[in-house]
Design a protein around this ligand. Structure first.
Ligand code: TUI
Length: 317
């Protein structure tokens, strides 16, 4: 199956990133109603909370949507059991290997789309029955791997025979078209949806994304093995300084706990973790999710047409 839209039952091959503390039922439903695939982020929540989010999303949309399970969540086992009952169309996973949940989810008729940051994990999950993989480059926001989207996507596409969705560094039609050229059949977009009208994070977080320029993100946590891309602020500067001084990994994790919530919910964008992809510099205005999706796809079609000539020079490039 090459066609991710057909597989997922959506109009546009655009999946919304499952951003913890950010992607709630309102954003997910708006994205699904706009023709993409919305994802509710389980983040660090428990199964009851996520179940309620699913019920609320179902009140707002009759289109397919999914749930993203961040596998470092201590409630992941419970959440997966609950999902097998609730049966959202799709389960995406992040920050770990979902292999042990694959059978339960498949038996429930759920499409499983893990996020991977390496060829090795993509191959392993394709073998254990994943329906698609989301290959996420280090340009992405939040918890990241090492490889860039440009290097990761074609290598994953060559290694698996399930659909590959590209993620990391994509916020407009150029990114969508480029991802398809690399062998992806769709994209996952996070940062651009942070400023969707239906995204109910603190306005200060949105404003920081809207003002960001190309060099404004940095990865904290490389020294402790859990790199996380954030916008530079007081928090990131102090964190990097502590890392240079060789902070104990356990103390580091304690320091980071709750800091995304601080930024996204409380709007403390100085002391919180303002997670963002490198593409934030391209994200310039707040608008409805449906418009973001429609314009992104239309732009991709236009660029595909307008760049055609580059490939028709008969080798004179
Ligand atoms: O998961 C994400 N991005 C996230 S999760 C998150 S919540 C959080 N909050 C505070 C600290 C840390 C996380 C924020 N952003 N993206 C998907 C993703 N998964 N990126 C990279 C990976 C990944 C990396 C290694 C997946 C699997 C993996 O290997 C696991 C294994 O066992 O082989």
């Amino acid at each position: 199956m090459e066609d991710i839209s057909k597989l997922l039952g959506i109009r546009y091959p655009i999946i919304q990133g499952g951003m913890a503390w950010i992607a709630d039922y309102r954003l997910a439903a708006a994205v699904s109603n706009g023709g993409g695939l919305g994802l509710i982020a389980a983040g660090n929540a428990d199964a009851a909370f996520v179940r309620e989010q699913i019920a609320k999303a179902r009140e707002l949309t009759d289109k397919p949507f999914g749930v993203n399970v961040m596998l470092m969540n201590p409630h992941a086992d419970d959440i997966m059991r609950m999902l097998a009952e609730e049966r959202p169309a799709v389960v995406a996973t992040g920050a770990g290997n979902p292999g042990k949940y694959m059978q339960t989810l498949k038996d429930a008729g759920i499409l499983v789309c893990p996020v991977v940051a390496s060829v090795a994990l993509a191959v392993r999950l394709a073998r254990s029955g994943a329906d698609a993989v989301i290959a996420e480059g280090t340009e992405a926001g939040g918890h990241i791997g090492e490889l860039t989207t440009m290097a990761l996507v074609p290598q994953v596409a060559d290694a698996v025979d399930i659909p590959v969705v590209a993620a990391g560094g994509i916020a407009d039609g150029r990114g969508v078209a480029a991802a398809c050229m690399l062998g992806a059949c769709g994209v996952q977009v996070g940062t651009a949806f942070l400023v969707a009208e239906e995204c109910r994070i603190a306005q200060a977080y949105k404003d920081m994304i809207l003002k960001a320029k190309d060099t404004d993100t940095v990865a904290t946590g490389r020294s402790t093995g859990h790199p996380v891309r954030v916008l530079k602020n007081r928090m990131s500067k102090e964190t990097l300084a502590l890392e240079r001084q060789g902070i104990d990994p356990e103390d580091f994790e304690k320091r980071m706990a709750g800091t995304l919530r601080m930024a996204a919910v409380d709007g403390d964008v100085a002391n919180g973790s303002v997670m963002s992809g490198q593409i934030a510099g391209l994200v310039k205005r707040e608008r409805p999710a449906a418009e973001i999706i429609r314009d992104m796809f239309r732009e991709a079609q236009e660029i595909y047409e307008s760049r055609r000539a580059l490939f028709e020079t008969g080798g004179r490039m």
